[in-house]
Design a protein around this ligand. Structure first.
Ligand code: Y43
Ligand code: MG
Length: 212
């Protein structure tokens, strides 16, 4: 990548428009454009069958980088809920089934937690601790070099969605220190504290410490 950081355009192996917006915003700050898999319609599909975020991120970065012949960044991320023993985890995107919408995944999460709560003596429904987790991988097809970075953020799942920013599970992810959900933060605020923002910071510092 490191090569790639020298270029004006960063290619991100994603089809998630929410991620594309966040990366575009982050890289604009250092004068870089972002392209995604939508800019290269003939790319092969990537089956995300890894057991970890890192496995899937590497698979996405490598598949697209080998197809294009240049370094590529990929993001694999998800929501881990304590009460669900870390689920949906790497299955976050398809929690409610293959190709599920964010709305369907959010509904499934609330239904699942709601069912678990029946019979529980709880005053505060659904304040289940949870983490967002993100692993970023850059793969350079010329050198076979891999750079990996991760980030996470702690919060709580709330019973009613709040806010219209962000994407995915953001409206259900409550941050007590802000008294807001992730979907009620501005993009700058989200970036400063999110799993993706933290992973990106770690990635950039690795690259600046170890350029090639
Ligand atoms: O900041 C976030 N705010 C809310 N939800 C989030 C976030 N970050 C990941 N998530 C959720 C969305 C999706 O359900 C799953 C990611 O799955 P993941 O496979 O990495 O991404 P994806 O399939 O949407 O796009 P792609 O693989 O093309 O990058 O975790
Ligand atoms: Mg995916």
């Amino acid at each position: 990548m490191v090569n790639q950081i020298a270029h004006d355009t960063i290619i991100v192996a994603t089809k998630n428009k929410g991620k594309v917006k966040e990366f575009a915003h982050a890289f604009a700050a250092i004068g870089k454009n972002v392209q995604s898999m939508y800019d290269y319609p003939d790319l092969p599909d990537v089956v995300e069958d890894g057991e970890t975020f890192a496995d899937n991120a590497l698979k996405k970065a490598k598949t697209v980088a080998l197809a294009l012949g240049i370094p590529v960044l990929a993001d694999d991320s998800g929501l881990c809920v304590d009460k669900l023993d870390g689920a949906p985890g790497v299955y976050s995107a398809r929690y409610a089934g293959e190709g599920a919408t964010d709305e369907a995944n959010n509904k499934k999460l609330l239904d699942t937690l709601g069912q678990m709560e029946q019979g529980e003596d709880t005053e505060q429904p659904l304040l289940s601790p949870a983490q967002f987790v993100c692993t970023l991988v850059v793969y350079d097809p010329e050198t076979d070099r891999v750079i990996q970075a991760s980030g996470d953020v702690e919060g709580f799942i709330i019973a009613e969605p709040r806010g219209f920013g962000g994407f995915g599970y953001d409206p259900l992810f409550y941050l007590p220190e802000y008294d807001k959900t992730m979907a009620e933060l501005t993009m700058e605020e989200k970036q400063a504290i999110s799993h993706r923002g933290r992973a990106l910071e770690q990635l950039m510092s690795q690259i600046s410490r170890n350029p090639s």
